[in-house]
Design a protein around this ligand. Structure first.
Ligand SMILES: [Zn+2]
Length: 239
């Protein structure tokens, strides 16, 4: 187990300053929800789901629900990625997870109502990076089209895992923005309390020959890397 002293030291050496965000209808803001599906969030729902109730993950779901509710009440645009894999195509180095058509690749129960909201775009993706997962066979990109169609200036990114799917998507969106593919997008903002990652402490990983992934530490590293790459990180979102 990583001691709290180690985490404090890491936070001191790799500080992530976090601002507050006030969302109003004045600046066109889109909510991007990354993989808040059963296979990553619901206890016992598969190989990559938590094995017991997890405070960071349940807090992330609660905050995602709060934001999604306000966005839908206002008919503001929401884009939700659903990790979704063909059973015969594994995603190394992960065990089989979120197989298409199973409950694992469905939104968590608290968010399933989003499937019926007209302002919500759902996108199944079979890779870690949702930006790449949005590319269609003809080369078009569903996420890019969503930004342009809705004239989005700010994306607010939430979901799981802070340091994997959220981070990869954020990095790609920033590069695409910098190359002029996402006009009029200006800001990519990560909301820390609506992000979470999984917990695989080093002593457990050793026993199963897995890659260690201590939750609190890797959540912080994910936020740090997002900030390092040019995203804003906020610890509060109000409306
Ligand atoms: Zn996956």
């Amino acid at each position: 187990m990583v001691s709290s002293e180690t985490i404090d030291l890491l936070k001191e050496e790799l500080p992530v300053e976090q601002e507050s965000l006030f969302v109003s209808g004045d600046v066109k803001t889109g909510l991007v929800i990354v993989d808040v599906v059963n296979g990553f969030c619901t206890v016992g729902a598969g190989n990559l789901a938590p094995t017991m109730p997890d405070k960071q993950i349940s807090g992330m779901v609660d905050e995602t629900l709060r934001l999604a509710t306000v966005f839908c009440d206002n008919k503001w645009p929401v884009f939700a990625f659903l990790d979704s894999h063909h059973p015969d195509i594994p995603e190394h180095p992960y065990p089989p997870h979120c197989i298409a058509g199973t409950d694992e690749s469905k939104l968590v129960p608290a968010l399933q109502w989003l499937e019926n909201e007209p302002n919500v775009t759902l996108r199944c993706k079979d890779c870690i990076d949702g930006f790449l997962g949005s590319i269609e066979k003809d080369g078009s990109n569903v996420f890019v089209d969503w930004v342009k169609t809705n004239q989005i200036k700010v994306i607010l990114v939430v979901g799981i895992c802070t340091d994997i799917c959220v981070l990869d998507f954020v990095c790609s969106a920033l590069s695409a923005r910098n190359r002029g593919f996402l006009t009029p997008l200006e800001d990519v903002i990560v909301y820390s309390h609506a992000c979470a990652t999984f917990d695989l402490p080093a002593h457990v990983a050793r026993n199963i020959k897995g890659i260690a992934h201590p939750q609190e530490l890797m959540h912080h590293v994910g936020l740090y890397m997002a900030k390092r790459r040019g995203a804003k990180v906020v610890s509060q979102v109000s409306f």
